[in-house]
Design a protein around this ligand. Structure first.
Ligand code: FMN
Length: 327
């Protein structure tokens, strides 16, 4: 029913990908996505230097599915050392079929991953970075727009513009991310020329995703305007749930704060939203697609819904768009 370069490259039934999500995206979610016919990523950084825990999580996912298990290797600058070489080694040894990289060019790890038989999908927030990804040998690129949860980049350009720009810029398969949450989004991504859609925020509100029930309730209730775009002034922009902390950070940024002044303010309560359901005093990554979330289904139910809705869009468009009959 769905055949794209991404379904073929990753051996998946549907062109639906769940992006890596720090802390929340664990074995249960990634396995559920694989069982539903898609591809999901767990995040090396969630386990930091605890490499045994990462291996155990990958094996746990393997016990839950025969489908593909992806690993996200986050290359963003970090306060603590990130064991990137070790994550690469684990990807190879655990026979991970595809790694999702993000944060900066994966050039330094492309060769090792390819030699180990691992494909690379690099995530970028601008068409020029997609060109770099292609040049350094990535197998696919994911482009995310300004509306996305996590790191939307610094250009503040939405997915509707970035996806076709990226499709025009590279020859490798393009995955569209940022703001997608349903079957209309999937059909739109394919219409823009992408080979698959990637969602993060929508997958947080599923039964299998890790997270406090109050956080999931927040996701159901929050509106599309309830996110904040912070930390652009220090070159590490994030889209997170809007709260008193983000108001304070935006105010500091507006008056020209420094990274030294910001660090003590922003490093207070990591994961408080996910772990405790406390959304007031923390940075909790979430995208504008939160406005499209109205329930917490299982991953299987979500896939069925997305697929059915995308098919309906196609059928509607078949009636709406047609070539005029020749005279
Ligand atoms: C809670 C959360 C954590 C995330 N953590 C990471 C991460 O560790 N590495 C990464 O590359 N992207 C991360 N992302 C980004 C997602 O993989 C994905 O690119 C993004 O959510 C897509 O946009 P959407 O939220 O509009 O669907 C995170 C997103 C969320 C919502």
């Amino acid at each position: 029913m769905f055949q794209t370069r991404i379904t073929e490259m990753f051996g998946i039934r549907y062109p639906i990908i769940c992006g890596g999500m720090f802390w929340v995206g664990r074995a249960e979610l990634v396995a559920a996505v694989a069982n539903a016919g898609g591809l999901g990523f767990m995040v090396g950084a969630t386990f930091g230097e605890n490499l045994d825990a990462l291996r155990a999580e990958i094996r746990k996912a393997r016990d839950l599915t025969d489908g593909p298990i992806g690993l996200n290797i986050n290359l963003f600058p970090a306060v603590r050392r990130q064991p990137i070489e070790e994550w690469v080694q684990i990807a190879v040894e655990e026979k991970i079929p595809v790694v999702e990289t993000s944060g900066r060019s994966p050039e330094g790890i492309v060769q090792a991953l390819h030699e180990g038989g691992v494909k690379i999908m690099h995530k970028v927030a601008g068409a020029r970075y997609a060109r770099t990804a292609e040049r350094v040998g990535c197998d696919a690129v994911c482009i995310v727009g300004y509306e996305c949860g996590g790191h939307p980049g610094l250009d503040m350009v939405t997915s509707l513009i970035l996806v076709p720009l990226c499709v025009d810029a590279v020859n490798i398969p393009v995955v569209a991310g940022g703001g997608f949450a349903d079957g209309r989004g999937l059909a739109a991504a394919l219409a823009l020329g992408a080979d698959a859609v990637l969602m993060g925020t929508r997958f947080m509100a599923t039964q299998e995703c890790r997270g406090h029930p109050a956080w999931k309730e927040y996701l159901v209730k929050a509106a599309e305007s309830d996110t904040a775009y912070v930390m652009r002034s220090i070159g590490n922009a994030l889209r997170v749930a809007k709260n008193a902390l983000t108001d304070k950070v935006l105010e500091m940024e507006a008056r020209g704060t420094t990274i030294e002044e910001l660090i003590p303010v922003i490093t207070g309560h990591p994961n408080a939203a996910f772990e405790e359901g406390q959304v007031e005093d923390t940075f909790a990554s979430v995208g504008q697609a939160v406005g499209l979330i109205h329930d917490v289904p299982t991953v299987k139910e979500l896939f069925e819904r997305i697929v059915e809705q995308a098919i309906q869009v196609r059928e509607r468009l078949d009636h709406t768009i047609s070539r005029p009959a020749p005279d």
